[in-house]
Design a protein around this ligand. Structure first.
Ligand code: NAD
Length: 255
């Protein structure tokens, strides 16, 4: 039985993880981390702790869906108490990403801005389309629920990286995430990544390739957050068997 520690257990995805893990063979939740008190009931056999060291010591693998600052604290402690970590938190800054890379020298870490199989495949298709359709303009639009804190979404940023790689471009030099006023004509290499927010949209991403006379749009829509919790559980099961290193969801799915 693989003992799972859930970090961010009271969040939208975290609560689903607790439910989905109940129905997962050979895995069970052993511990959840909380800052304050848990505001819902949980199986009494599960340890509820605000102590990061106890949290890490009480599980075989951690699944994290929290916020960037919280993930940073988790990584800092994990360097002292290494555990396989599935990190789903998005919006990590450069310092936090470097911390994640450094920590992966000591433990296996799977970092995925989107845990769904569909988006993993979409990244592959975007890379291929971007390379094949070299004269097409690339524009990415993402839509999420009104509570989402980071923008553009981590998934959209990962898709833009796949698109830039297909063209041999550095995404940091070509990404545009806002247009307003008299900005002039679009430049050839720019890759736009735009964010819309509203209602309860779980997540929609469209990568468009536009040319004179034709265009292609590749879209993915998540209709349920269970896509992410179930994907993270599958990743946790896989990561438990891996050596220290930094892994992507494509590694886990062998895409
Ligand atoms: P949420 O706001 O509902 O939940 C956040 C959780 O983090 C809560 O449990 C909260 O208590 C906890 N938290 C916040 N600050 C903390 C701190 N300082 N210490 C410890 N815990 C803290 O968010 P959500 O919708 O569940 O999403 C969580 C994260 O996962 C976001 O970054 C979101 O973008 C990302 N996400 C990733 C995927 C994916 O597939 N990778 C899918 C959906 C969401």
């Amino acid at each position: 039985m693989i003992k799972v520690g859930v970090f961010g257990a009271s969040g939208r995805v975290g609560k689903l993880l607790l439910e989905d893990l109940k129905a997962t063979p050979n895995m069970s939740v052993s511990v959840v981390y909380v800052r304050n008190e848990l505001d819902f009931s949980i199986d009494p056999s599960i340890l509820v702790t605000a102590d990061m060291k106890s949290f890490l010591s009480a599980c075989d693998v951690v699944i994290d869906f929290s916020l960037p600052e919280a993930c940073e604290t988790l990584l800092e402690q994990a360097i002292k108490t290494p555990k396989p970590l599935v990190v789903g938190t998005t919006g990590l800054n450069t310092h936090q990403l470097n911390l994640l890379k450094d920590a992966s020298a000591l433990m296996p870490i799977l970092y995925a801005t989107n845990m769904s199989l569909g988006v993993a495949l979409l990244n592959k298709l975007v890379y291929q389309a971007s390379a094949a359709l070299e004269d097409f303009d690339i524009e990415i639009v993402e839509m999420h629920h009104k509570h989402k804190k980071d923008a553009p979404s981590g998934t959209a940023l990962t898709l833009s990286e796949s698109a830039a790689r297909g063209r041999g471009l550095d995404i940091d030099k070509v990404r545009v995430s806002g247009r307003d006023g008299n900005i002039g004509a679009r430049s050839k290499d720019e890759i736009a990544v735009m964010a819309l927010r509203g209602g309860d949209i779980v997540g929609r991403h469209t990568v468009g390739f536009y040319n004179d006379g034709e265009f292609i749009e590749l879209s993915h829509t998540a209709t349920s957050r269970n896509t992410f919790s179930k994907g993270a559980i599958r990743a946790g099961k896989w990561l438990f068997e891996q050596e220290a290193g930094l892994y992507s969801i494509a590694d886990c799915l062998e895409l």
